[in-house]
Design a protein around this ligand. Structure first.
Ligand SMILES: C[S@@+](CC[C@H](N)C(=O)[O-])C[C@H]1O[C@@H](n2cnc3c(N)ncnc32)[C@H](O)[C@@H]1O
Length: 224
């Protein structure tokens, strides 16, 4: 694995022990759709899929994978790359893939920054970073995914006119994200609202937040 110094990954790698079916999926299904990132050199995302895909989209921090699986159903002609270092989340996505017989998802079960650095320039048509930063405290601001370095990574890997979809259910984080993206020269705002876009697919974290009375903010930026 590529060393990403001095950055660190915050958040959990493991939760409760996996149930038997999920252990089997980790052992048998994951190796067939897992992306391996070499220590040097690039990965060619089109080569991950057996047939030619109309576009390649990525989700960073897919959690339990509900959103990613639903997007893959709605867009069977798109190849999806999902990044998530939380193993229980990976196992949950595998269960969705297995149950719904999805063949257009590939998984990088680790820190998205590794694969972003290994992707060729202008290789992604869309990238989702949804509720990825549960770090509202100011002193934890350096843990947040949305910041100058990762915006540089996204600007490099998104195609011209490619889209970055962001969401958060913390008002101060919406402000932070908006400020960070708007001071970056590569992105133009297409959408910014507390009403989800028309084709929005809810995420698990968002639904929990909604049930607890939290208001989400949805933003879409175009790669200029
Ligand atoms: C609050 S959860 C939200 C999960 C999901 N997007 C949802 O809305 O249900 C944030 C997720 O982002 C993942 N994450 C944080 N930093 C990441 C990184 N550098 N690369 C990939 N995933 C990351 C965490 O492991 C965690 O599962």
């Amino acid at each position: 694995m590529i060393e990403l110094s001095p950055e660190r990954l915050f958040g959990r790698r493991k939760g409760r022990p996996l149930r038997q079916r999920r252990v089997r999926l980790m052992e048998e299904l994951l190796p067939t759709i897992e992306i391996t990132v070499p220590a040097t050199g690039k990965v060619i995302p089109e080569s991950f899929f057996p047939s030619s895909m109309r576009d390649i989209w990525m989700e960073i921090g897919f959690g339990g994978g509900e959103h990613l699986a639903a997007q893959a159903v709605v867009h069977p002609e798109v190849g999806f790359l999902g990044c998530e270092p939380f193993i229980n989340g990976v196992a949950s996505l595998l269960a969705h893939i297995d149950t719904q017989k999805l063949n257009n998802i590939r998984i990088y079960p680790d820190d998205a920054r590794h694969i972003l650095d290994a992707l060729p320039e202008a290789s992604l048509g869309r990238c989702f970073v949804l509720f990825a930063d549960p770090w509202p405290k100011k002193r934890h601001a350096d843990r947040r995914f949305i910041g100058k370095e990762n915006l540089d990574r996204l600007a490099r890997t998104l195609k011209p006119d490619g889209e970055m979809h962001l969401a958060t259910d913390v008002e101060s984080l919406a402000l932070w994200m908006r400020e960070r993206v708007e001071e970056h020269p590569s992105f133009v705002c297409l959408y910014d609202s507390t009403t989800p876009p028309v084709d929005w697919v809810p995420t698990r974290y968002e639904q929990k937040g909604c049930a607890a009375g939290r208001q989400s903010t949805y933003m879409i930026y175009r790669r200029a």
